[in-house]
Design a protein around this ligand. Sequence first.
Ligand SMILES: [Zn+2]
Length: 246
Amino acid sequence: MYFHCIAALLAICLLLSSGGASAVTEEEVVAGAARLYRIRIDALAQAGMLDRDALFVARVARIAQRLSEQARRDNPAAQVLSWEIHTSSDADDNASCMAGGKILVSQPYVEQLALTDAELAMVLSHEMQHAILLHNLKEYHEAVRLDPGWLARPFSALEEAVDNDGRLMGQLAELNREQEVEADREGMAMAWRAGWRASELAAYFRKLEQAATMSHIGSATHPSPLQRWRAARRQAEALARGRTGE
Ligand SMILES: [Zn+2]
């Protein structure tokens, strides 16, 4: 009986310590992303690769502004994202948006694909959806579900691991692919609501697919460019017929 009581107490303590330590919070994720974004931006500035072309910076800012206004109209109750946008002249970058709305767009990427404004809007809208849909937070929660031991370590260790630990990245690959599909779908829908034509948004994925065919690019975390182009074309046809694209 005594041992049963001890066991029960232990079980309660374990429950409290695992549940009580609570999960990673969005505030933590946003603060970590802001810190990493600042390091990246500072490094680009040091290398003379930040916001080099004022016309391009203004073009990206104008399109992102129209999209962020749409995001606010779509969901006025959503947490306020503090959007921040920079451009890089790093040919190895493409486009990214970190938690909280920290965007970085590579000018060489946009120029290599000769993106129109609508196609650039598709890229930005996809990236913005990652922040709007709290994808990083969901990724961290999945990592903690797989290994609650992460809660006992500093958050920065987990932040580092999701981008560098091959085993964890493999475990998260399926979730990452689902998030990419979701960002494509919601990104196109939001840009369409903001006023761009669906077929012109979908054209981005055709360009991506053509570029991938030439360079044989593959990715573990993204659906194939052909899958993305087919899904975008289907959604664009549905949107053009006046449906939601679901
Ligand atoms: Zn993405």
